[in-house]
Design a protein around this ligand. Structure first.
Ligand SMILES: Cc1ncc(COP(=O)(O)O)c(C=O)c1O
Length: 392
């Protein structure tokens, strides 16, 4: 890396002062829980004192509490490369998967298959299976990743995939799966929990039908932050929310006995927005928008490159193994690798103020978030790994 790049990448961690975390910590687990955004505490105090305190129930309208799911959704759509009015913040990723899988199955009742891949994130598989339990005539087809394309046929209602493999960090090529799915008339449902906020997504160009994602990873929305749903504009009004709650109703405050879905993305809402969590999430999303997602992705790649360069001797000597063929086109915001004594290594790094993630039995994960991580920290991490593995 040239000096100029090094300075820029170093300087860009850069927004470290916008986060609350121990200064000496190298935090490489932001793909699990992003760090605390410094402005959140004040925002929550203001929400409580100036809004709730002053306006009480009037704040639902006066302070935009009711419209926050759509307004913050619109901000997130900028990170997704999607249109305004396509994204709604609500519920958890698991619940949103449930809603969209059921909705997708109802679009064409002749199609009875949910297709997904082995090793997809656990909750995605569990939710698909729970949908299968409710609809006895629905098959959840779970195949190896290499068999996904050949398994796409006209019986498939929805192809449900994670954009980024939570273990390896491998990113799927969204555009090609979307195209293949479209060619057999199947819808696509992407879980972008491990890419939103770290990769510059382009849902419009890659033809995504539906998506869900987490608020607490790279969006830095805090523990338990609400998730989001995305549905492309021309599909929204053909989807039925299987959980018909009052706030997905066209006129919730008429309190009619009969459910009439709202038009657009709003029909995917179920109940009362979680105001404080939404406010915290908005701070995280604003921080990203201010930084610029293209720059975040660009600088995340620089951290990745620095790590790969540092790790190269360990890979060459067979001390660490990647779980996939790492290439320019399949890089995401994190990398997972298998290593002997992974758990012990994780603890020894932690003792040196380097927070990685350990996943049973032998996996370490490292996330590259340039908002608060410098190239120097990444080089130090690689050097420490070499030292611990006896390769210094
Ligand atoms: C890909 C993916 N989907 C979903 C989830 C979690 O969903 P929920 O927020 O409903 O717990 C995670 C959590 O790590 C995840 O990695």
């Amino acid at each position: 890396m040239g000096n100029e790049d090094r300075n820029r990448a170093t300087e860009k961690a850069y927004r470290r002062e916008k986060f609350v975390m121990p200064w000496e910590l190298t935090y490489l687990a932001g793909n699990s829980l992003g760090p605390a955004v410094a402005s959140v505490a004040d925002r929550l105090v203001r929400t409580s004192n100036d809004q709730w305190g002053q306006h009480l129930a009037g704040a639902w309208k006066k302070n935009g509490w009711l419209s926050a799911p759509e307004e913050i959704g619109d901000k997130i759509s900028l990170l997704l490369g999607a249109d305004q009015g396509t994204t709604l913040v609500c519920d958890s990723t698991s619940i949103n998967l449930f809603k969209l899988l059921n909705a997708a199955l109802a679009v064409d009742p002749q199609r009875k298959v949910i297709l997904t891949d082995q090793g997809n994130f656990s909750t995605d598989l569990y939710i698909a299976k729970s949908v299968g339990l409710i609809h006895q005539d629905v098959t959840v087809r779970i195949v190896p990743r290499s068999a996904l394309i050949e398994s796409l046929d006209p019986s498939v209602a929805v192809l449900m995939l994670s954009h980024v493999d939570y273990r390896s960090g491998q990113a799927h090529d969204m555009a090609s799966f979307n195209e293949k799915a479209r060619s057999v008339g199947a819808l696509t449902l992407w879980d972008v929990s491990h890419s939103v906020g770290i990769m510059a997504l382009d849902f419009n160009a890659s033809g995504v039908d539906m998506a869900v994602g987490c608020g607490y990873k790279y969006l830095n929305g805090g523990p338990g932050a609400p998730a989001f749903v995305y549905v492309k504009a021309d599909l929204q009004n053909t989807l039925s929310n299987p959980i018909q709650g009052w706030l997905g109703h066209a006129e919730p405050f008429v309190f009619s006995d009969n459910y009439v879905p709202a038009s657009g993305i709003k029909r995917l809402q179920v109940g009362t927005p979680t105001t404080f969590s939404l406010a915290a999430l908005e701070e995280g999303v604003d921080l990203l928008l201010e930084a610029g997602i293209q720059l975040v992705e660009h600088d995340s790649r620089k951290l990745f490159d620095a790590f790969m360069a540092g790790l190269e001797p360990l890979v060459r000597k067979g001390h660490v193994h990647f779980m996939h063929d790492v290439q320019r086109g399949n890089v995401s915001g994190h990398i997972g690798f298998k290593v002997n004594d992974a758990e012990a290594l994780h603890h020894r790094l932690m003792a040196d103020n380097i927070v990685t993630e350990y996943r049973y039995p032998d996996l370490l994960r490292i996330a590259f978030n340039p908002l608060y991580t410098t190239v120097d920290e990444i080089e130090r991490t690689a050097a420490k790994l070499k030292h611990l593995l006896g390769q210094h």
